[in-house]
Write a protein that binds this ligand. Structure first.
Ligand SMILES: *Cc1c(COP(=O)(O)O)cnc(C)c1O
Length: 380
């Protein structure tokens, strides 16, 4: 089954009791048993819910995994994955990563004796010097937030495999339409489904998709034992959003390409971070491992100050000033004072995240309107 067919059909059957083509929202906490110990596979809704089960089957198919587990948020999914580790274990992670993931690794799991090494993975071989007998997980985010660095998934996963270490890829920025890490050797894929998978800025949700059933079973135990499960209404919204995933993400990619070219020629713009440009250092890898270059762009201004960025951010009409990404509406943000505000200025600058850096999440509007909007904001 090809991707555009999977989003509509994989794991989804008409409701057997009514023929309803849309998976019903099973808004129930429990299920009536026929007799003692005899039920239809559903006993209690933290453990099993049919709306969630349909979503999990669909997500497993989209990522070419054996099984998916859904959670109440992206961070709840990462939290469940980290609960498979033990005190003394170590993680090697990309350094330019989602702020909330960094906070969870350091502020919560650091307290439980799990140490994370944050490193640049532009050169995958750099991983080897941080490996030791306690290394249990390699955490990869690509493209990264907000610098849009590209990590070579095949190369990193090959090193991990050689040392028998599990890999997990945060695939939120790419979405399974653009990139399927399990095909490149990853063991687990994580999604903040809040972003492209949901796609309509109306739900917070997370997922883990596993390459093999045995590890999925371990995670399913944690999903039930720790209980960070999503509600059925949210699962329904995701099933609905997923049906247009390929159309939405392709349109966002097309809009990003046009906007990146517009910015390149603008006199007030300094650097543009967009993997679709041949001058981007990860371009060749992105071309190999992704279907297109994504709907995210970051750029800096020649006048490299927070004030200059603020003037642009406050003047756009169609680009809304907001956190998050991956929805149908275009967003504009200032990482230094929004997503990365908790990181010191020195650390930010070391990552290339300068004072005027502006991040765009392209929606699916008509690109002529988006370009006109950015142009009037930059020209003022
Ligand atoms: C938003 C996001 C997360 C966290 O997901 P939530 O659904 O907000 O908990 C993790 N990784 C990336 C790349 C994200 O953008």
């Amino acid at each position: 089954m090809k991707f555009g067919t999977k989003v509509i059909h994989a794991g989804i059957e008409p409701d057997p009791s009514t023929g309803a083509i849309m998976t019903p929202i099973f808004q129930t906490s429990t299920y009536v048993q026929e007799s003692l110990g005899k039920h239809k596979g559903f006993a209690y809704a933290r453990s099993q819910n049919p709306t969630r089960a349909a979503l999990e089957a669909n997500l497993a198919a989209l990522e070419n995994g054996a099984r998916a587990l859904c959670f109440g948020s992206g961070l709840a999914a990462i939290n469940a994955l980290l609960q498979t580790l033990n005190p003394g274990d170590e993680i090697i992670s990309t350094n330019d990563l989602y702020g909330g993931t960094h906070r969870l690794f350091t502020k919560i799991f650091g307290r439980f004796g799990i140490k994370t090494h944050f490193i640049g993975m532009d050169e995958p071989a750099a991983i080897e010097q941080y490996l030791n007998k306690n290394t249990k997980l390699i955490w990869i985010e690509t493209p990264t937030n907000p610098m849009l660095n590209i990590i070579d998934l095949e190369a990193v996963c090959a090193i991990a495999k050689k040392h028998n270490i599990r890999t997990c890829v945060d695939n939120t920025f790419a979405s399974p339409y653009l990139q399927t890490p399990i095909d490149l050797g990853a063991d687990v894929v994580m999604h903040s489904a809040t972003k492209y998978i949901g796609g309509h800025s109306d739900v917070v949700h997370g997922a883990l998709i596993c390459k093999d059933e045995a590890f999925a079973e371990e995670l399913a135990f944690i999903q039930n034992a720790a209980g960070a499960v999503p509600g059925p209404q949210d699962c329904f919204l995701l099933l609905r959003g997923i049906k247009t995933l390929h159309l939405r993400v392709q349109r966002a990619c097309d809009n990003a390409r046009a906007i990146a070219h517009f910015l390149k020629d603008h006199p007030k713009v300094k650097d543009i971070y967009y993997p679709g440009f041949e001058s981007h250092k990860g371009h060749a890898i992105a071309k190999r491992q992704m279907r297109d270059f994504g709907g995210m762009i970051s750029f800096t201004l020649k006048e490299d100050t927070r004030e200059a960025a603020a003037k642009v951010l406050e003047k756009t009409h169609y680009f809304s000033l907001a956190e998050s990404l991956g929805g149908v509406e275009s967003l504009i943000g200032h990482p230094a004072s929004m997503t990365h505000a908790s990181i010191s200025r020195a650390e930010r600058l070391a990552l290339g995240l300068s004072d005027s850096l502006i991040r765009l999440s392209l929606g699916i509007e008509d690109v002529e309107d988006l370009i006109a909007d950015l142009k009037q904001a930059l020209d003022q």
